[in-house]
Design a protein around this ligand. Structure first.
Ligand code: PEP
Ligand code: MN
Length: 498
């Protein structure tokens, strides 16, 4: 299976030379959840059965939201803190989530890994960490080519479980998968919520640091010292019962690439934030004064369009053309959003995108997810950073480093992989550049799994090309395994803590 899958993968997104700016934003027509339909679109699936598609979209529009505006706005407030340098953002999960991953063990291992990485990052950065998973909806994948050769036969590329199946017999696009994606997202999210509410993230339990694999004695000592220091701090907090409640549970938000607009549109609803519940009266015999209305006496709460498929969605590197459908859709939703920024993003486009997607300059509304590649970051990040910081968007965006997507390569035998060292190098460079510019890196965006996969080379286990076949299970991009991901958190946290 693994070798068939690797041969069959559509080409990785290769970093390209800076492109000419795309067309200037067209004059803005009134936005509606479906106004994207009048724009040209990239990566659009050719649905074979329009009637079945309309029915699926209609059914989706009647299903309840997966997330609530209050949660979306809470995340936006946290991301404002990230933009202002008061919090750090950790986002991670699979490249392509499969319906099969909707299973207790896979969900738990990912939650635990993100939690553990976030504890290390809190320790290192001395800042609260905002956690977002790429889960409960990361089912649609952009592809470089609509077809691929598998076992000598040209077949449609796998485009993610929301459109077609990985198995060679399931490559036809099936609109019913839109509804399946909703139900698998709901089941995944339900288990994330219940696992967290039931104490999976309770830091009173000792964390398993599993450092046995670290071969280099210097690194091992360093990581053990960090783990011990974290464990001691947690014990101390428990002894003095500091901020009771906050060690028992965490906030975890969901995200995915907002690629498939036939799914995002019906999940987009005109809603309003619920005001905070009034405090209970001090005693039943003493009538309490009327609590003030949240939005001013008598004022109606503000209704906005929320994409209720996830708290955070992002525009991918291949669909961020200014005059195209994805930018049009994203400009109307109140969610915090991400934009992938890479070697093919002209600086002028970056500012036009900010002006189109965040005309009111809301801090935290936009996270720029930079993914240049270890060899290009030092040339490109300073240019992009200066353009934004020297504009009216200064200190308005969160800068997040995705050190995965500019560092994908193929081994001589055709296996898609990434080197741990390249990933770390891009991260280190991004940290340094932000510091040199008098700024700070706001967060990291990683492809990872809580399982012991062998998809990326290197790390303390020293995985080499021969090891890749041991447990290569990704159906899209190679992910960091749980040891490599935790090690990356140690390495990122360490310089902060000096
Ligand atoms: C991804 O995040 O899986 C992805 C396809 O990234 P990008 O759009 O940056 O290539
Ligand atoms: Mn990917």
């Amino acid at each position: 299976m693994a070798s068939q899958q690797r041969q069959g993968q559509a080409a990785a997104a290769a970093p390209t030379a800076p492109a000419a700016p795309t067309a200037a934003p067209p004059p803005q027509q009134p936005w509606t959840p479906s106004s994207w339909r009048s724009r040209p679109i990239k990566q659009a699936p050719a649905y074979p059965d329009q009637e079945k598609l309309s029915k699926a979209v209609n059914d989706l529009s009647r299903l309840p939201p997966l997330v609530h505006p209050n949660e979306i706005l809470a995340l936006k407030a946290h991301l404002r803190d990230v933009a202002h340098g008061k919090a750090f953002l950790l986002q991670g999960g699979d490249c392509a989530e499969l319906f099969d991953y909707c299973e207790q063990g896979a969900i738990e291992s990912k939650i635990k890994l993100l939690l553990q990485m976030s504890v290390v990052l809190i320790w290192g950065t001395n800042k609260p960490v905002v956690r977002i998973d790429r889960m409960a909806g990361q089912y649609a994948k952009p592809r470089s080519s609509p077809t691929e050769i598998v076992q000598g036969k040209e077949i449609p590329s796998f485009r993610g479980d929301i459109l077609n199946g990985y198995h060679v017999d399931e490559r036809d696009i099936d609109p019913d998968r839109l509804l399946k994606a909703y139900h698998f997202s709901a089941a995944t999210l339900n288990y994330v919520r219940t696992a967290i509410a039931s104490g999976i993230a309770d830091l009173h339990r000792p964390l398993d640091w599993g450092l046995g694999h670290v071969k280099d004695p210097v690194l091992k000592e360093k990581y053990s010292a960090i783990a011990n220091s974290i464990q001691q701090t947690l014990r101390f907090l428990q002894v003095i019962n500091a901020r009771p409640g906050e060690l028992e549970t965490v906030e975890l938000f969901t995200s995915h690439e907002g690629l498939l607009l036939e799914y995002e549109q019906p999940m987009t609803r005109l809603l309003e934030k619920l005001p905070p519940a009034p405090a209970p009266p001090p005693s039943s015999r003493t009538p309490s004064p009327q609590p003030p209305l949240a939005d001013g006496a008598g004022a109606a709460a503000k209704q906005e369009y929320y994409d209720t498929s996830a708290h955070f969605i992002w525009i991918g590197d291949r669909t961020r053309q200014l005059d195209h459908a994805h930018v049009e859709f994203f400009r109307g939703i109140a969610n915090p959003i991400g934009i992938k920024v890479g070697p093919s993003t002209p600086t002028t486009d970056l500012l036009d995108l900010l002006r189109t997607l965040n005309p009111t300059r809301e801090p935290g509304k936009i996270t720029l997810i930079t993914r240049y590649g270890a060899n290009k970051v030092s040339k490109l990040l300073p240019q992009h950073f200066r353009a934004v910081e020297d504009s009216e968007y200064r200190r308005c965006v969160a800068w997040q480093c995705d050190p995965m997507h500019g560092n994908t390569l193929s081994t001589p035998s055709g296996i898609k992989t990434r080197r741990f060292n390249d990933i770390y190098r891009e991260l280190q460079e991004s940290l340094r550049i932000h510091k040199d510019q008098g700024s700070y890196l706001g967060g990291v965006h990683l492809e990872l799994t809580g399982d012991a996969v062998t998809e990326c080379l290197g790390g303390s286990e020293g995985l080499d090309e021969d090891d890749l076949s041991t447990n290569y299970t990704s159906f899209c991009d190679p992910r960091l395994n749980e040891k490599q991901a935790l090690e990356l958190a140690f390495l990122v946290a360490d310089p902060f803590s000096q």
